[in-house]
Design a protein around this ligand. Structure first.
Ligand code: G4P
Length: 528
């Protein structure tokens, strides 16, 4: 394989997301990663929690009120000779659709586990999503400065609950108040813990060799016990195996504390060495090689009003091959048009900057004036479409009614845009003029209501409605499909993307209808 400067540039990319349960330390670790990328002097400017959010967006006031994070962002930072792209994922469960789609745009993931709590719900769910694509996972057991659970028990839990082999790379020396550092099982080096250095990149104090006098002095009375523990760990745990990691079968595990910025550097060193460079991606036509010259990418997320000065919407694109160059023309495959992109933005450590160039693995932001939807493919002209970007059937429904009937145009427009962004799903029943919104979690309704009011000046009432779930329907036999449509007209609606949907009032109704119309497919997910 030739090794052109272009291919070397791609080989540097490491594009990943963090999966964790809320409060495990995702925000804290993100700050430290960026600090290690040396773009900011003091950590804490990524996403000020609760009161001091640095990220600006006026609809984030909703987040402020509730103290939760509902948006996700992208950050790029250099580390050693690599370029790291970190895609943040919303922590709140109600926004999991967004998270799932973000996971389609990464090449690997970092799993953070709160050492005191072990494997939690949300991590299990996210891990299941990663497994669909065998995404490589690196793990970080956080909060070693607290009294955590027995590390051996934690690794057992990772293996049994998440069904992935765990290979410790380093092993903690003590915990909580007695936390002394970590011992790297492969380099035979102890990295000594220093408290109170959380906001800086502290010097890496090393002790070479577990047999050394310094190691004995550090461990003191615990020395012999620790030697036994290490022997046990080596005997009982999996050894690191790069190919097993890359195929999603094994996770290397680091221990540390994000708050004290300790162990994060070792983890990042391992990450940039082992994590995959941009991977090839499937389309409906062929596999797109990340190292191809021809440009191609897909949209995995649309986000509104990140910059109050612009009040625009940004479509996040994962570049899958080729190079984006300022002012280039791209084919917007779904609408069959070539468009010139002069002002894509990059996400250098949280800042939006005008972008000159981007390659496979990078995320770029396109200004969206309503023509871009989640799942859209952009190419240098080739007719192809990236596959595997999911859309989930909502489980909660509300009927929307306007307080002021004269605002129906604004309401239509607002709902249309929010559904394009993936913030909600809209259904228009065939038999009446109701507007029904669907969501995966209740918090989504609050966001929709807030944004309709704030951005579109529409005040509406959200009434409960008797819908249990939605299924996208299709059928190979046109005659049978017509019969189905006639018989079930009362339950059919068109969604925001123009797809025919069956709205089932109850679970029983859904299974009966499925039984009565075996030739019709009822899908709980659809691809964009
Ligand atoms: P999240 O984004 O995954 O939800 O977690 P976040 O980083 O916000 O961390 C959740 C809480 O855990 C925060 O405390 C944070 O300071 C704390 N934390 C993170 N890493 C460590 C660690 O290594 N050791 C200890 N002891 N605590 C850690 P908080 O009080 O909820 O928030 P804040 O007011 O400090 O921001």
């Amino acid at each position: 394989m030739s090794n052109s400067p272009f291919q070397q540039e791609i080989a540097k990319r490491r594009t990943f997301a963090i999966i964790s349960h809320p409060d495990a330390g995702k925000t804290t670790i993100t700050e430290k990663l960026i600090l290690l990328g040396q773009l900011i002097q003091v950590a804490g400017t990524v996403k000020g929690k609760k009161n001091d959010r640095a990220a600006t967006s006026d609809w984030m006031s909703l987040e402020k009120e509730r103290g939760i994070s509902v948006t996700s962002s992208v950050m790029q930072f250099p580390y050693k000779d690599r370029v790291v792209n970190l895609l943040d994922t919303p922590g709140h469960e109600d926004f999991s659709e967004d998270t799932y789609r973000t996971l389609t745009a990464v090449d690997s993931a970092l799993m953070i586990i709160d050492g005191a709590k072990g494997v939690e719900d949300r991590t299990i769910k996210l891990m299941n999503v990663c497994r669909l694509r065998d995404t490589p996972i690196l793990s970080f057991v956080n909060k070693m400065d607290r009294d955590i659970r027995d590390p051996i028990e934690l690794l057992d839990e990772v293996e049994s609950v998440l069904g992935i082999a765990a290979a410790p790379i380093n092993w903690p020396i003590g915990m909580g108040r007695d936390f002394k550092g970590v011992y790297n099982l492969y380099t035979d080096v102890i990295h000594v813990f220093q408290a109170g250095k959380g906001s800086v990149v502290a010097e890496d104090i090393q002790i070479k060799g577990l047999e050394s006098d310094e190691a004995k002095a550090l461990l003191d009375d615990e020395y012999n016990n620790y030697l036994e523990e290490i022997e046990l760990v080596r005997g009982a745990s999996h050894e690191f195996d790069l190919s097993a990691y890359l195929s999603g079968q094994l996770t290397p595990v680091y221990f540390g504390t994000a708050l004290s910025n300790f162990g994060v550097r070792e983890m990042l060193d391992g990450f940039v060495d082992w994590a995959p460079a941009p991977l090839n991606r499937a389309t409906d036509q062929r596999e797109v090689d990340a190292k191809e010259d021809a440009f191609a990418g897909f949209i995995f997320k649309i986000q509104a009003n990140m910059d109050p000065k612009h009040r625009d919407r940004i479509a996040f694109m994962r570049v899958c091959s080729g190079t984006y160059r300022k002012g280039m023309k791209m084919r917007h495959v779904r609408i069959g048009k070539d468009i010139k992109i002069a002002d894509a933005v990059s996400f250098l450590a949280g800042d939006r900057e005008l972008l000159e160039e981007a390659v496979s693995g990078d995320i770029i932001g396109l200004h969206n004036h309503g023509t871009i939807q989640i799942g859209d493919t952009f190419t240098d002209g080739e007719e192809l479409k990236f596959t595997g970007i999911p859309h989930f059937a909502p489980e909660l429904f509300r009927r929307i009614r306007l307080r002021d009937p004269l605002k129906s145009k604004q309401l239509q427009k607002g709902l249309q845009q929010l559904s394009e962004e993936g913030s909600t799903q809209v259904f228009m029943p065939q038999r009446n003029t109701d507007l029904i919104v669907g969501a995966v979690g209740t918090l989504q309704f609050d966001v929709v209501a807030y944004r309709l009011k704030d951005e579109y000046k529409v005040e509406a009432l959200y009434e409960p409605i008797n819908v249990y779930t939605a299924r996208w329907v299709d059928c190979d036999d046109p005659k049978k499909f017509e019969e189905f449509k006639r018989k079930c007209a009362d339950n059919l609606a068109i969604d925001g993307g123009g797809h025919l949907t069956y709205l089932a009032p109850t679970r029983v109704n859904l299974s009966l209808t499925e039984e009565r119309h075996p030739e019709v497919r009822f899908r709980a997910t659809r691809e964009h």
